[in-house]
Design a protein around this ligand. Structure first.
Ligand code: BG6
Ligand code: MG
Length: 217
């Protein structure tokens, strides 16, 4: 049996930060004169910061100069950083801490595969950074999810073939990226949004050690 590895998305899988991304984008939308719903926010999950702003502006029918967009990207990130500065261990999603420690103990390799440029900061704050065998984040890729690049780099860093990697994702773009990378995909969240995943779980409490163990045996 070949060695299996796990690639974790960050926001909405390891930590409950997806809500802070949403709040920060919504504040920006309101400032620009339109509302931004949670349903619309699904389109922003997993995609890069720059692409998120483009989608948001399209939704609001707003067109801006590059300079203004750059200003808004900084503003959004500063707002987001204010939220995450308050974050503590309680915002690690249910079962994740135990699962990561179990994998470490059992020498199952695992990597981060996130679009976020704040990933290292968040994992450090939560004292989880050192557990990971590899970190691939928004600073390491040239093409964002749904492109598979982030997951393919993670597989390479782990030294495991893509078809032996299992991706855990809460975003439609992430599931698409995992499928394109020829990896097994586990979606966490709404089955209508994540319908292309190989497995769909309602939340991370269903991502039990048993469930994962069966996939890596
Ligand atoms: C992803 C989030 O993990 O990271 C997206 O799902 C976010 O919502 C993206 O836009 C980029 O994050 P950051 O922290 O670099 O702005
Ligand atoms: Mg996510």
């Amino acid at each position: 049996m070949s060695k299996k590895a796990i690639i974790f998305d960050l926001d909405g899988v390891i930590v409950d930060t997806a809500k802070y991304h949403y709040l920060a984008w919504r504040e920006l939308a309101i400032q620009l004169g339109f509302d931004f719903t949670e349903a619309q926010n699904e389109q922003l999950k997993g995609v890069s910061r720059v692409r998120s702003l483009e989608i948001l502006l399209d939704l609001g029918n707003v067109s801006l100069e590059e300079e203004e967009k750059t200003k808004l990207l900084i503003e959004k990130n500063n707002q987001y950083l204010e939220y995450i500065a308050e974050m503590d261990h309680s915002e690690i999603l249910p079962g994740i801490d135990d699962l990561l420690h179990y994998l470490k103990l059992n020498k199952v390799p695992f990597s981060l595969g996130s679009a976020s440029k704040n990933a290292r900061l968040i994992l450090e704050t939560l004292e989880l950074l050192d557990l990971f065998d590899a970190i691939v984040d928004g600073n390491d890729v040239s093409t964002a999810k749904p492109d598979p690049e982030v997951f393919l780099i993670a597989a390479q860093k782990l030294g495991v073939d893509p078809e032996n990697c299992i991706v855990i994702e809460d975003a439609q773009a992430g599931i698409e990226a995992a499928n394109k990378a020829n990896m097994l995909s586990i979606g966490i969240g709404d089955e209508k949004v994540l319908q292309d995943a190989n497995y769909i779980l309602n939340d991370t409490s269903e991502l039990t050690i048993d469930f994962i163990q069966k996939l890596i045996d």
